[in-house]
Design a protein around this ligand. Sequence first.
Ligand SMILES: [Zn+2]
Length: 391
Amino acid sequence: MRKIFTMLNFETSVKTEQEQKPESWTGEAIFNKENEVLPIADVAKAEGEVKKEQSKIQNWKRAVCLSLTLLAAGNVAGQAIEARAAEAGKTTQIELRASEDRRAAIEQKVADLRNQLEQESLKKKMVYLESVYGDAMKNFLFAIRSNALTLEYFSSAENDNVKAGLADELSQNHDYFWDKKEIVKRAELKRQALKISGFEQLGGFNNESVKQTALEILPPAFINNEDEINYNPTEKKALTFPVAGEANIVGITGMLAGDKHIVTVYKYESIENNPDEMRHVLAHEIGHHNDPQESNRLTMAERVDFAVDITERLLDPERPHSSYVDEVTPGEYQAHKWSKNEVQWRRARELWAESVEKYVVGPAKFWEESPKEAQLVEDWMAKISGMQTEK
Ligand SMILES: [Zn+2]
């Protein structure tokens, strides 16, 4: 918890430059219209602050600022977890990191983080993603860039206190973003009752039956990353198509801050008394919350791998045509005059959600018509669920 205070103190000292929202977040605002994006203000501020202060703040301070911002997000999540655990009558442990015998562990984590960050394959994949999606990758790759920057200044820091501080930050970032065991442990701690509401207003369903459907069609790890599923008894339309359901976007850092994943099902004609249609909507929207950006169980390296795998499917000229991915989604972006990079990233994420939907609802047909997309879902569903894969 102390990191939050450290960050706030640091922010106070550069407060004058913080008010303006940074340019880089205007891209995310695109999704705001459809999906209620709730970016973490602190991250946005820090990013903008770093840009503005680039020439003023010493480099190591920039690194610390980025790193602390990410950790602050994590600490908020930690507090939420503790609160929930306390409610359940369990005790929680707070690790004290300062003691000497922690030093070796910290060094080990920094070494592992360095090893992962310096992988040529990771760097190549990041370059590839940026070549396809450009600035739409900025938020997705933010933690990696920030960790790399911190590591750079850790390596060149000469002051012992600065170096020790940076090592501490890096080791914690290692656990939050790069250590599979720690990440899964955090996801499991988050496990809570899924809140379902509103479905008694929809003919043929009630909250319990919708919950059962979700649990039947998708792995527990997918459902674990869902906080709420709500029915909204109004019709909703995007500019170019009617909306059946919506999955909000919280982003990688938003998840650490404890932002909720919420799926909304809207009223539309064919869903009433139609369990098959309900399976389609739930699989698609919950699929969105288990993609490279929104999954709560992946390391940064895995997120990048996952995004690359989807991108290869998206760009494969042999891929079976999808009207939603290839026409409706680009059409909506064109109608709004939204960014081309953003539409590509959105198409990739729709391809994933649609593939999950088809895999879950009609696996035999999907394997026959779209074997590579079916394989993509099988591989990543297994990885997200913590099962072994032989890819
Ligand atoms: Zn979708």
